[in-house]
Structures are given as structure tokens and as C-alpha cells.
Design a protein around this ligand. Structure first.
Ligand code: SF4
Ligand code: SF4
Length: 131
């Protein structure tokens, strides 16, 4: 199994430094790969990244919610969204995203569609050549 970063990720980068096997990578180009991604072949399922995420975007693969119920006000960061987000990451550096949408309270979102993206980044996307 592996852990999965879902599209609740806002590129805060806090998870990267705690991963003992360095398998978390920022997606690039950002407009095509807007989240950070976990390499499923390298992840050892230690769980250290989960509490580091301020947006609760990381789940064990078998616990990724198929029906995530939004609190309201959180951002979904996925290709195809055209909202704007500005914030800062774990280091205080600016983060700007144009691939977001604000969720409404009670809205239900399937986050399991993000599982394949983590694999794809390392098998088909730029993460493959970065290895
Ligand atoms: S800590 Fe959370 S928001 Fe930050 S890069 Fe990791 S998954 Fe994304
Ligand atoms: S579960 Fe552990 S090994 Fe897997 S991405 Fe998170 S910190 Fe890295």
C-alpha cells in the first residue's frame, strides 16, 4: 500500500521534510500537476507525513474518502478549476494557484480520483524523468 496526497493539497511543502524515504515531490509544471505527489513505489507507509499537512490532504490509500464532506471554505486543487489562491508555504515562501475551487459546506467530493494521479506522476508525468 501507499499513502496518497489528495487535491486538498495547497503545496504547503511541510510533508516533504519529514518523509524518511524522500518520496514526496512538488508537481511540475504546476498547472498540469498542481499538487504534491507521493511515489507509491517508494512510500513505506510510515504515516509521518499525515500530521504535518495543515490541510489534512494525506490519507492511507485505503482510507481516501470517496465521499469527502466539505467543512466549507477549504480549497480543492485540481486541473480544470480556475479559481485563484494565494498563500504561503511551510517556509514562508509564496504559493499561487490558479487550479482551485472553494468548497461549500456539506458539498461531497470524491477524493479517490486523486489516487491514480500519484502513480501517474511517477510513471507517465515529469516525476518519472526526475527519478
Ligand atoms: S503538507 Fe499537505 S498541503 Fe503541504 S505539500 Fe504536503 S500534502 Fe500538500
Ligand atoms: S507515509 Fe511515510 S514514507 Fe509514505 S510518503 Fe508519508 S512520510 Fe513518506
Amino acid at each position: 500500500m501507499t499513502h496518497i496526497i489528495t487535491s486538498l493539497c495547497l503545496r504547503d511543502s511541510g510533508c516533504v521534510e519529514v518523509c524518511p524515504v524522500e518520496c514526496i515531490t512538488p508537481g511540475k509544471p504546476q498547472e498540469q500537476w498542481p499538487m504534491f505527489y507521493i511515489d507509491p513505489d517508494t512510500c513505506i507507509d510510515c504515516g509521518a507525513c499525515v500530521p504535518e499537512c495543515p490541510y489534512a490532504a494525506i490519507f492511507p490509500e485505503d482510507e481516501v474518502p470517496a465521499a469527502y464532506a466539505a467543512r466549507g471554505g477549504e480549497f480543492l486543487n485540481r486541473v480544470g478549476q480556475d479559481g485563484h489562491y494565494e498563500g504561503t508555504d511551510h517556509h514562508g515562501d509564496p504559493v499561487v494557484l490558479e487550479t482551485v475551487r472553494v468548497l461549500t459546506q456539506g458539498e461531497v467530493v470524491d477524493l479517490t480520483t486523486d489516487i491514480q494521479a500519484n502513480t501517474d506522476y511517477y510513471t507517465k508525468g515529469p516525476g518519472y524523468s526526475a527519478k
